[in-house]
Design a protein around this ligand. Structure first.
Ligand code: 6PG
Length: 246
């Protein structure tokens, strides 16, 4: 990691982690909106971030975010319909999006209902067509730049839907890949952002709860990636933060 700043923070509880994360999201959004007129936020799937999204929707917090200037994206999605219990979109919609006034045109979900390869191509076009992500001074011309990417960590060290041994880990050109059903539940095909676009983000934050994930995080921090954890390949050019519970 060239000049990446890596910050790690340990919390006694997920609610304590969420409170800190919410404050930093507010600060990150304010800066992006001030500098570029908008904030692009990539949501993580899974269960860990659900309570953070619920916190962001509470009156105390939601009134501190300018939702009219925020664009929502996903780091990965299960290839299921948007109303399916396993949908990462549905989780975020139930916890947050349905409770705030954000323009529907600013909610850019991955279409899990499409044939996976078509879904990957569709999302790649959505990203490329979002002006907020492209052509800012100092960013790579051919790569979109997200302001903030939230990522989870699997018990096998996967992140987004980049699983150990996946061919998607070797993708150097595509922004979005379709990946076959993993061993991890739910065992359905997935769509995932790829390492080039994840590592081009201004900020990448991992949120991981539990001692087993904490141990994986420690191994990654120590750069002892003998296990070949995919999450260790997240090396953004700028800011990387880890929020873990003890
Ligand atoms: C997904 C996620 C995945 C998740 C980890 C952790 O679609 O499942 O994007 O990468 O973040 O598997 O999931 P939990 O938070 O449920 O442990």
């Amino acid at each position: 990691m060239k000049n990446t700043s890596v910050e790690t923070a340990r919390f006694h509880s997920l609610s304590e982690l969420n409170e800190k994360c919410a404050e930093l999201i507010i600060a990150c959004a304010d800066e992006a909106i001030d500098k570029r007129g908008g904030f692009s936020l990539v949501l993580s799937g899974g269960t860990t971030p659900q309570s953070l999204y619920t916190l962001l929707a509470t009156p105390m917090i939601r009134r501190r975010l300018n939702w009219q200037k925020i664009h929502f994206f996903w780091g990965d999605e299960r290839c299921v319909p948007a109303d399916h219990p396993a949908s990462n979109f549905k989780m975020a919609d139930d916890a947050l999006l349905s409770k705030i006034s954000v323009p529907q045109t600013q909610i850019h979900r991955m279409k899990g209902e499409l044939e996976p390869r078509a879904g990957a191509l569709d999302y790649e076009k959505i990203i490329k067509d979002t002006a907020l992500l492209c052509n800012h001074p100092g960013t790579a011309e051919n790569l979109p730049t997200f302001d903030l990417v939230l990522l989870g960590l699997g018990n096998d060290g996967h992140t987004a839907s980049l699983f150990p041994g996946s061919e998607a880990l070797d993708e150097k050109e595509r922004l979005v890949c379709a990946v076959p059903a993993p061993a991890a539940e739910p065992a359905v095909p997935r769509l995932t952002l790829t390492l080039p676009v994840l590592n081009n983000a201004r900020n990448v934050w991992f949120i991981a709860a539990g001692s087993h994930k904490g141990a994986i995080a420690e191994a990654i921090w120590s750069q002892n990636n003998s296990q070949g954890y995919p999450a260790a390949q997240i090396r953004p050019h700028k800011n990387l933060r880890w929020f873990v519970t003890l």
